[in-house]
Ligand binder design. Sequence first.
Ligand SMILES: [Zn+2]
Length: 243
Amino acid sequence: MGPACRSSPETGDSSQRTHALLPLRVPFVSAWRSFVTFPLAVLSWRRNIAAMLAHSILALSLVIRIHDQYGVPHDHLAKARATAEAIMNAAGVAVTWPDCPCLSRVGSDELVIRIARAFPSAEPGSLGFSVLDIGQQAGTLATVFADRVQDLAALAEVDTGELMGRVIAHEIAHLLVGTRGHAPDGLMRAEWKASELIRQRPSDWLLSRDDGIRIRQAVRRRSHAATALTIVDADPAPDVSAQ
Ligand SMILES: [Zn+2]
């Protein structure tokens, strides 16, 4: 059943440089100080780099409009937003949620998630779908079937809002990456089983490292397009009186 996809957890790496950078011949006390202070310097350096990277990465941001045509309880919707946002944050993208319905034109750095009841022609078992332009490898609108999410959450006895947030994050990834492809595991897997919901394994609900890279690239492209569009829109109107 299911809409979604998933990914594999990222793995960290460690560095081992202390021996190579220590002086070859130094008095004992100096050597001891070097041994103590060097790791502290490394830790401080790592903290600074990590903070810089976090700031740089989360400078990528996306606007997501939620159009709730179903009438999802407020607390479920809040949990869904928080869950989807946490998944996107883990992939290096900040998310903002304007109050909707919003009638203004949808920007290139915005996505629309419609929450609705599954319609009769919907693919059986699907929890949602995204409308994609395969040629452009991008999409703007996705739909999440609230009634099916509720049914699956009840079956697995898990939080409805959290499950809805995971479905939203899955569809966001489709819209950004612009493909219908799925992964064998993680958030972008094609089928979500009740047993997987019950076991609550964190890696089942994360985007893969590769997905994260593609998503950040897509958000960057969309942000640049939005900036270019803003500049075009800012052009002065033709001076009719000069004709
Ligand atoms: Zn999917």
